[in-house]
Design a protein around this ligand. Sequence first.
Ligand SMILES: NC(=O)c1ccc[n+]([C@@H]2O[C@H](COP(=O)([O-])OP(=O)(O)OC[C@H]3O[C@@H](n4cnc5c(N)ncnc54)[C@H](O)[C@@H]3O)[C@@H](O)[C@H]2O)c1
Length: 410
Amino acid sequence: MRISVIGLGYIGLPTAAMFANRGHHVIGTDVDDKKVENVNKGVFAIEEPGLLAFLRDAFNTGNLRASVEIEPCDVFIICVPTPIDDGNKPDLSYVESAGKNIASVLQKGNLVILESTVPPGTTINLLKPILEISGLTAGKDFDLCHCPERVMPGQILKELTENRRLIGGIDTKSSKRAKELYSTFVEGEIYIADPTTAEFTKLAENTFRDVNIALANELALLCEKHNTDIWKVREMANNHPRVDIHKPGPGVGGHCLPVDPWFLVNGDSGLITKCREINDGMVEHVEATITANTGQNGVVAILGTAYKANTEDKRNSPTMKLLGLLDDFDIRLHDPYVKEHRKSIDEVVEKADTLVLMVDHRDYIDIVPADILKLMKGDVVIDTRNFFDPSEWKNAGAKYILLGAREPQI
Ligand SMILES: NC(=O)c1ccc[n+]([C@@H]2O[C@H](COP(=O)([O-])OP(=O)(O)OC[C@H]3O[C@@H](n4cnc5c(N)ncnc54)[C@H](O)[C@@H]3O)[C@@H](O)[C@H]2O)c1
């Protein structure tokens, strides 16, 4: 089959490679001509373990090529960005533009799949009419589905094949065709729904996580006020068979969790909006902790700039937001996964007044507190992830501050 994958980013490129490695002829399309050129040369900037080899395999099959121009194909899979604007409103301009491009080459018998995360109703109310500009009718002349992507950066390859998959076709034939297509590589169960239910389900999943993290963050702030420790509270409370408190932290980043809940609420205030505000506010709490414990113009060394552990993805990362709040300090950044922040930890912590752990990358497990404190000027260590062993730092002479925890006053 000739498959067109539109948008060769975190989702589109691995998806294109997956189909190419399964013997389909894949043409990836992107507006970024540098990306297109790189794919055609077999040059891939993705650093996820295993994924690079998988992309190179796809390139070597000769089944994968890229173009800035859309071409007629049997199947079109849309993987373009769906960000929010400054007012937290969905920006669907990329989906609109991809839809118009597809409409210009759409033929009878084609299947169009929207994988991008979108507000409920987008497939039916926005994409379908755009595709029908072609003069063809959805359901009669071509098939149309929303198949949300739910992979996690860092595990894309594994999750592309192992995750359960949801298919929201506009009719039974559309869903059946998409199911057959995904069955060529998906090992998880494949569920069928209508497009709006599929769109809503994907958003509900990420909103569930965002709301639960907000609860953990709110409890963490309350624990600080009450001189107790959220991490101990969480451990005790989660012994209860019907309680599962998430981990608090310095905020929620990435392409999905801080964005997707806004697609549901779309301007309404309520629990979901409040939770977004709580999670976004956590960096301000970290900034306040740094400011209260670091002298004016002090040097602050920050460990972790990615949005979460063991990935190079720093989109919407709490650390990058924190930077905008720390104008009065000399900031040094370290991250073993983010190319521009990959340097020696010793160099980053040298003469620092305060050390802040923002991301629990596995590489930080090797840090020896006494060695780091010897290099630092000050002794303040702020752990926002409960990653370090507090007693090791305290024994080495650090003033160790754990997010969500204060010493009990007995
Ligand atoms: N990254 C994730 O972990 C993840 C997980 C699940 C779902 N999603 C969703 O998948 C979608 C894509 O996300 P991503 O992370 O791959 O984005 P990305 O920014 O990494 O990649 C998107 C690509 O689309 C290209 N593009 C933009 N407009 C285009 C157009 N009109 N035609 C062709 N190419 C175009 C961009 O140049 C870019 O290369 C989003 O809706 C996102 O919410 C992402």
